[in-house]
Design a protein around this ligand. Sequence first.
Ligand code: ATP
Ligand code: MG
Ligand code: FE
Length: 336
Amino acid sequence: IKILAIESSCDETAAAVVVNGRDVRSNVISSQIALHTLYGGVVPEIASRKHIEKINQVIEQALSDASVTLDDIDAIGVTYGPGLVGALLVGVAEAKAISYAKNIPLVGVHHIEGHISANYIENKELEPPFLCLVVSGGHTHLVKVLDYGKYEILGRTRDDAAGEAFDKVARAIGLGYPGGPKIEKVSHEGNPHAMEFPRAKIEDGPYDFSFSGLKSAVLNYINGCNMKGIEVVQADVAASFQKAVTDVLVGNAMKAIDEFKMDKFAIAGGVASNGTLREAMREACEKKGVKFYHPSPIFCTDNAAMIGVAAYYDFLAGKRDGLDLNAIPNLKLGER
Ligand code: ATP
Ligand code: MG
Ligand code: FE
Protein backbone atom coordinates (compact mmCIF):
# COMPACT_ATOMS: atom_id res chain seq x y z
CA ILE A 1 0.00 0.00 0.00
CA LYS A 2 1.48 3.30 -1.15
CA ILE A 3 0.53 6.41 0.76
CA LEU A 4 1.11 10.01 -0.27
CA ALA A 5 1.31 12.03 2.93
CA ILE A 6 0.93 15.78 3.32
CA GLU A 7 1.84 17.89 6.38
CA SER A 8 1.32 21.66 6.74
CA SER A 9 0.27 22.18 10.37
CA CYS A 10 2.88 24.78 11.28
CA ASP A 11 5.87 26.14 9.39
CA GLU A 12 7.02 23.12 7.38
CA THR A 13 5.45 22.30 4.03
CA ALA A 14 6.06 18.59 3.68
CA ALA A 15 5.12 15.60 1.52
CA ALA A 16 6.28 11.98 1.56
CA VAL A 17 5.61 8.62 -0.02
CA VAL A 18 5.45 5.74 2.47
CA VAL A 19 5.00 2.09 1.44
CA ASN A 20 3.35 -0.43 3.79
CA GLY A 21 3.64 1.89 6.75
CA ARG A 22 7.33 1.72 7.48
CA ASP A 23 9.19 2.08 4.22
CA VAL A 24 9.82 5.78 3.52
CA ARG A 25 10.42 6.21 -0.22
CA SER A 26 10.65 10.00 -0.12
CA ASN A 27 10.50 12.74 2.51
CA VAL A 28 10.47 16.31 1.23
CA ILE A 29 10.42 19.18 3.72
CA SER A 30 10.32 22.84 2.77
CA SER A 31 11.09 24.71 5.98
CA GLN A 32 10.02 28.32 6.52
CA ILE A 33 12.38 28.82 9.45
CA ALA A 34 14.49 31.49 7.74
CA LEU A 35 11.35 33.48 6.93
CA HIS A 36 9.95 33.42 10.47
CA THR A 37 13.33 34.07 12.10
CA LEU A 38 12.89 37.70 11.00
CA TYR A 39 9.91 37.95 13.38
CA GLY A 40 11.27 35.80 16.23
CA GLY A 41 8.56 33.15 15.80
CA VAL A 42 5.98 31.69 13.45
CA VAL A 43 3.63 34.29 11.92
CA PRO A 44 0.46 32.34 11.04
CA GLU A 45 -0.60 34.30 7.96
CA ILE A 46 2.89 34.20 6.48
CA ALA A 47 2.99 30.45 7.12
CA SER A 48 -0.30 29.91 5.26
CA ARG A 49 0.81 31.99 2.29
CA LYS A 50 4.11 30.13 2.05
CA HIS A 51 2.35 26.74 2.22
CA ILE A 52 0.15 27.77 -0.74
CA GLU A 53 3.21 28.79 -2.69
CA LYS A 54 5.20 25.61 -2.00
CA ILE A 55 2.79 22.74 -1.63
CA ASN A 56 2.44 21.70 -5.27
CA GLN A 57 6.17 21.56 -5.91
CA VAL A 58 6.81 19.74 -2.61
CA ILE A 59 4.29 17.04 -3.57
CA GLU A 60 5.71 16.74 -7.08
CA GLN A 61 9.18 16.33 -5.62
CA ALA A 62 7.99 13.66 -3.16
CA LEU A 63 6.37 11.68 -5.99
CA SER A 64 9.38 11.98 -8.27
CA ASP A 65 11.90 11.12 -5.49
CA ALA A 66 9.88 7.94 -4.89
CA SER A 67 9.67 7.26 -8.66
CA VAL A 68 5.87 7.06 -8.56
CA THR A 69 2.95 9.02 -9.99
CA LEU A 70 -0.46 9.73 -8.46
CA ASP A 71 -1.76 6.69 -10.36
CA ASP A 72 0.36 4.46 -8.08
CA ILE A 73 -0.98 5.99 -4.86
CA ASP A 74 -3.50 3.95 -2.81
CA ALA A 75 -4.38 6.58 -0.22
CA ILE A 76 -3.67 10.17 0.72
CA GLY A 77 -2.87 10.92 4.36
CA VAL A 78 -3.08 14.51 5.54
CA THR A 79 -2.65 16.28 8.88
CA TYR A 80 -6.00 17.87 9.80
CA GLY A 81 -5.11 18.95 13.36
CA PRO A 82 -3.90 20.15 15.72
CA GLY A 83 -2.04 23.18 14.40
CA LEU A 84 -2.52 26.63 12.89
CA VAL A 85 -5.90 26.66 11.16
CA GLY A 86 -4.81 28.56 8.06
CA ALA A 87 -1.75 26.37 7.67
CA LEU A 88 -3.70 23.12 8.16
CA LEU A 89 -6.33 24.21 5.62
CA VAL A 90 -3.75 24.40 2.84
CA GLY A 91 -2.78 20.72 3.25
CA VAL A 92 -6.36 19.58 3.80
CA ALA A 93 -7.67 21.43 0.72
CA GLU A 94 -4.79 20.09 -1.38
CA ALA A 95 -5.38 16.51 -0.21
CA LYS A 96 -9.10 16.76 -0.90
CA ALA A 97 -8.49 18.16 -4.38
CA ILE A 98 -6.14 15.29 -5.28
CA SER A 99 -8.47 12.73 -3.70
CA TYR A 100 -11.41 14.07 -5.74
CA ALA A 101 -9.56 14.50 -9.03
CA LYS A 102 -7.87 11.07 -8.93
CA ASN A 103 -10.49 9.20 -6.91
CA ILE A 104 -7.98 8.20 -4.21
CA PRO A 105 -9.16 7.42 -0.64
CA LEU A 106 -8.49 10.18 1.90
CA VAL A 107 -7.33 9.67 5.50
CA GLY A 108 -7.12 12.57 7.98
CA VAL A 109 -4.24 12.18 10.43
CA HIS A 110 -3.67 13.58 13.94
CA HIS A 111 -0.35 15.45 13.94
CA ILE A 112 0.74 14.07 17.32
CA GLU A 113 -0.18 10.53 16.26
CA GLY A 114 2.23 11.25 13.40
CA HIS A 115 5.01 12.29 15.78
CA ILE A 116 4.55 9.09 17.81
CA SER A 117 4.44 6.96 14.64
CA ALA A 118 7.80 8.38 13.50
CA ASN A 119 9.30 5.76 15.82
CA TYR A 120 8.08 2.94 13.56
CA ILE A 121 10.17 4.13 10.59
CA GLU A 122 13.62 3.09 11.79
CA ASN A 123 12.59 0.57 14.45
CA LYS A 124 10.92 -2.11 12.37
CA GLU A 125 10.44 -4.36 15.40
CA LEU A 126 8.65 -1.72 17.50
CA GLU A 127 4.98 -2.49 18.07
CA PRO A 128 2.46 -1.36 20.67
CA PRO A 129 2.06 -1.47 23.57
CA PHE A 130 4.73 0.97 24.67
CA LEU A 131 5.09 4.21 26.58
CA CYS A 132 5.81 7.38 24.60
CA LEU A 133 6.86 10.86 25.67
CA VAL A 134 5.80 13.46 23.12
CA VAL A 135 7.84 16.65 23.47
CA SER A 136 7.18 19.17 20.72
CA GLY A 137 6.58 22.85 20.15
CA GLY A 138 2.99 22.68 21.33
CA HIS A 139 2.71 19.44 23.31
CA THR A 140 4.22 17.63 26.27
CA HIS A 141 2.28 14.39 26.62
CA LEU A 142 3.18 11.16 28.37
CA VAL A 143 1.17 8.60 26.43
CA LYS A 144 0.46 4.90 26.73
CA VAL A 145 0.30 3.58 23.15
CA LEU A 146 -2.16 0.74 23.67
CA ASP A 147 -2.39 -0.23 20.01
CA TYR A 148 -2.08 1.43 16.61
CA GLY A 149 -4.36 4.46 16.81
CA LYS A 150 -5.24 3.78 20.48
CA TYR A 151 -3.80 6.08 23.11
CA GLU A 152 -4.19 6.79 26.78
CA ILE A 153 -2.78 10.13 27.93
CA LEU A 154 -1.20 9.67 31.37
CA GLY A 155 0.07 13.20 31.80
CA ARG A 156 0.48 16.50 30.05
CA THR A 157 1.86 19.96 30.61
CA ARG A 158 -0.19 22.33 32.73
CA ASP A 159 1.26 25.38 30.98
CA ASP A 160 4.10 25.67 28.44
CA ALA A 161 5.15 22.78 26.22
CA ALA A 162 8.78 21.66 26.46
CA GLY A 163 9.64 23.04 23.01
CA GLU A 164 7.87 26.29 23.82
CA ALA A 165 10.04 26.63 26.95
CA PHE A 166 13.17 26.10 24.85
CA ASP A 167 11.99 28.75 22.38
CA LYS A 168 11.10 31.31 25.08
CA VAL A 169 14.32 30.85 27.04
CA ALA A 170 16.37 31.07 23.83
CA ARG A 171 14.71 34.37 23.03
CA ALA A 172 15.37 35.65 26.57
CA ILE A 173 19.09 34.89 26.42
CA GLY A 174 19.38 36.38 22.96
CA LEU A 175 19.75 33.22 20.90
CA GLY A 176 16.67 33.83 18.80
CA TYR A 177 14.38 31.46 16.92
CA PRO A 178 14.17 28.47 16.70
CA GLY A 179 15.30 28.04 20.28
CA GLY A 180 15.72 24.31 20.73
CA PRO A 181 18.63 23.65 18.37
CA LYS A 182 20.36 26.89 19.39
CA ILE A 183 20.16 26.11 23.12
CA GLU A 184 21.49 22.62 22.47
CA LYS A 185 24.42 24.00 20.46
CA VAL A 186 25.62 26.60 23.00
CA SER A 187 24.96 24.27 25.96
CA HIS A 188 27.96 22.17 24.90
CA GLU A 189 30.19 25.01 26.13
CA GLY A 190 28.22 25.54 29.33
CA ASN A 191 28.07 24.07 32.83
CA PRO A 192 24.72 22.32 33.48
CA HIS A 193 25.24 22.80 37.24
CA ALA A 194 26.04 26.53 37.06
CA MET A 195 22.52 27.46 38.25
CA GLU A 196 19.99 25.28 40.03
CA PHE A 197 16.75 26.10 38.22
CA PRO A 198 13.52 24.61 39.68
CA ARG A 199 12.22 21.15 38.73
CA ALA A 200 8.46 21.45 39.11
CA LYS A 201 6.47 18.61 40.66
CA ILE A 202 2.68 18.56 40.31
CA GLU A 203 0.96 17.38 43.51
CA ASP A 204 -2.26 16.05 42.01
CA GLY A 205 -0.85 14.81 38.70
CA PRO A 206 2.22 12.59 39.03
CA TYR A 207 2.74 12.49 35.26
CA ASP A 208 1.91 16.11 34.53
CA PHE A 209 4.49 18.74 33.71
CA SER A 210 4.93 22.46 34.27
CA PHE A 211 7.58 24.56 32.60
CA SER A 212 6.36 28.13 33.16
CA GLY A 213 8.03 28.35 36.59
CA LEU A 214 11.32 27.24 35.10
CA LYS A 215 10.97 29.81 32.35
CA SER A 216 10.24 32.55 34.95
CA ALA A 217 13.24 31.46 37.03
CA VAL A 218 15.49 31.88 34.00
CA LEU A 219 13.98 35.30 33.24
CA ASN A 220 14.38 36.40 36.89
CA TYR A 221 17.98 35.24 36.88
CA ILE A 222 18.71 37.25 33.72
CA ASN A 223 16.95 40.35 35.07
CA GLY A 224 18.91 40.01 38.30
CA CYS A 225 22.19 39.84 36.41
CA ASN A 226 21.25 42.84 34.31
CA MET A 227 20.36 44.90 37.40
CA LYS A 228 23.56 44.00 39.18
CA GLY A 229 25.60 44.54 36.04
CA ILE A 230 26.76 40.91 36.03
CA GLU A 231 27.39 39.33 32.64
CA VAL A 232 24.93 36.57 31.69
CA VAL A 233 26.88 33.52 30.57
CA GLN A 234 24.64 32.30 27.77
CA ALA A 235 26.15 28.81 27.63
CA ASP A 236 25.75 28.23 31.40
CA VAL A 237 22.12 29.38 31.40
CA ALA A 238 21.38 27.22 28.35
CA ALA A 239 23.06 24.13 29.81
CA SER A 240 21.44 24.57 33.24
CA PHE A 241 18.00 25.14 31.73
CA GLN A 242 18.36 22.13 29.43
CA LYS A 243 19.42 19.99 32.40
CA ALA A 244 16.37 21.09 34.42
CA VAL A 245 13.99 20.22 31.56
CA THR A 246 15.72 16.89 31.01
CA ASP A 247 15.58 15.95 34.71
CA VAL A 248 11.83 16.55 34.86
CA LEU A 249 11.10 14.68 31.62
CA VAL A 250 13.25 11.70 32.62
CA GLY A 251 11.82 11.66 36.15
CA ASN A 252 8.19 11.49 35.08
CA ALA A 253 8.86 9.00 32.31
CA MET A 254 10.70 6.62 34.63
CA LYS A 255 7.94 6.90 37.25
CA ALA A 256 5.40 5.85 34.63
CA ILE A 257 7.61 3.01 33.39
CA ASP A 258 7.74 1.65 36.96
CA GLU A 259 4.07 2.16 37.70
CA PHE A 260 2.78 0.62 34.48
CA LYS A 261 5.56 -1.98 34.13
CA MET A 262 6.36 -0.95 30.56
CA ASP A 263 9.33 -2.61 28.85
CA LYS A 264 9.45 -0.31 25.81
CA PHE A 265 9.78 3.46 25.87
CA ALA A 266 9.91 5.93 22.97
CA ILE A 267 10.31 9.68 22.62
CA ALA A 268 8.83 11.82 19.84
CA GLY A 269 8.45 15.42 18.65
CA GLY A 270 10.96 18.18 17.91
CA VAL A 271 12.55 18.22 21.39
CA ALA A 272 13.22 14.46 21.06
CA SER A 273 16.06 15.39 18.70
CA ASN A 274 17.90 16.94 21.67
CA GLY A 275 21.08 14.96 22.34
CA THR A 276 21.23 15.61 26.09
CA LEU A 277 17.65 14.43 26.54
CA ARG A 278 18.22 11.34 24.41
CA GLU A 279 21.35 10.34 26.30
CA ALA A 280 19.70 10.86 29.69
CA MET A 281 16.69 8.77 28.61
CA ARG A 282 18.91 6.07 27.16
CA GLU A 283 20.90 5.80 30.41
CA ALA A 284 17.79 5.77 32.61
CA CYS A 285 16.15 3.09 30.43
CA GLU A 286 19.30 0.96 30.38
CA LYS A 287 19.35 0.92 34.19
CA LYS A 288 15.83 -0.50 34.19
CA GLY A 289 16.39 -2.92 31.32
CA VAL A 290 13.81 -1.03 29.29
CA LYS A 291 14.24 -0.82 25.51
CA PHE A 292 14.60 2.80 24.40
CA TYR A 293 13.43 4.07 20.99
CA HIS A 294 13.73 7.41 19.26
CA PRO A 295 13.47 8.64 15.67
CA SER A 296 16.39 10.24 13.84
CA PRO A 297 16.31 14.05 14.19
CA ILE A 298 14.82 14.52 10.69
CA PHE A 299 11.81 12.40 11.74
CA CYS A 300 11.51 14.17 15.15
CA THR A 301 10.69 17.64 13.85
CA ASP A 302 7.73 18.13 11.52
CA ASN A 303 7.75 15.93 8.40
CA ALA A 304 5.24 14.09 6.23
CA ALA A 305 6.82 10.63 6.47
CA MET A 306 5.50 10.29 10.03
CA ILE A 307 2.04 11.30 8.76
CA GLY A 308 2.27 8.59 6.11
CA VAL A 309 3.06 5.98 8.76
CA ALA A 310 0.10 6.99 10.93
CA ALA A 311 -2.15 7.17 7.84
CA TYR A 312 -1.20 3.60 6.92
CA TYR A 313 -2.35 2.18 10.26
CA ASP A 314 -5.50 4.34 10.16
CA PHE A 315 -6.13 3.08 6.60
CA LEU A 316 -5.69 -0.56 7.69
CA ALA A 317 -8.19 0.06 10.49
CA GLY A 318 -10.68 1.21 7.86
CA LYS A 319 -10.55 4.93 8.51
CA ARG A 320 -11.65 7.02 5.51
CA ASP A 321 -12.53 10.68 5.30
CA GLY A 322 -14.82 12.42 2.86
CA LEU A 323 -14.57 15.70 1.03
CA ASP A 324 -16.07 17.33 4.11
CA LEU A 325 -12.81 16.78 6.02
CA ASN A 326 -11.98 20.04 7.79
CA ALA A 327 -9.02 21.44 9.70
CA ILE A 328 -9.42 21.11 13.49
CA PRO A 329 -6.87 23.41 15.17
CA ASN A 330 -7.34 21.95 18.69
CA LEU A 331 -7.95 18.29 17.77
CA LYS A 332 -7.37 16.03 20.80
CA LEU A 333 -5.30 12.86 20.63
CA GLY A 334 -7.50 9.78 20.41
CA GLU A 335 -10.46 11.76 19.05
CA ARG A 336 -11.66 10.85 15.62
P1 ATP B 1 3.36 20.36 17.75
O1 ATP B 1 3.98 19.16 17.14
O2 ATP B 1 3.16 20.25 19.21
O3 ATP B 1 2.13 20.81 17.03
P2 ATP B 1 5.42 21.79 16.38
O4 ATP B 1 4.98 20.94 15.24
O5 ATP B 1 5.63 23.24 16.18
O6 ATP B 1 4.40 21.58 17.58
P3 ATP B 1 7.79 20.22 16.36
O7 ATP B 1 8.08 20.57 14.95
O8 ATP B 1 7.46 18.85 16.69
O9 ATP B 1 6.73 21.20 17.01
O10 ATP B 1 9.03 20.66 17.19
C1 ATP B 1 9.50 21.98 17.17
C2 ATP B 1 9.96 22.27 18.57
O11 ATP B 1 11.08 21.43 18.88
C3 ATP B 1 10.43 23.70 18.75
O12 ATP B 1 9.91 24.20 19.96
C4 ATP B 1 11.94 23.58 18.80
O13 ATP B 1 12.57 24.56 19.59
C5 ATP B 1 12.11 22.19 19.43
N1 ATP B 1 13.40 21.59 19.09
C6 ATP B 1 13.86 21.29 17.85
N2 ATP B 1 15.11 20.80 17.91
C7 ATP B 1 15.46 20.80 19.24
C8 ATP B 1 16.62 20.43 19.97
N3 ATP B 1 17.69 19.97 19.36
N4 ATP B 1 16.59 20.58 21.32
C9 ATP B 1 15.50 21.03 21.95
N5 ATP B 1 14.37 21.42 21.32
C10 ATP B 1 14.34 21.30 19.98
MG1 MG C 1 8.22 23.64 12.75
FE1 FE D 1 4.97 18.88 15.30
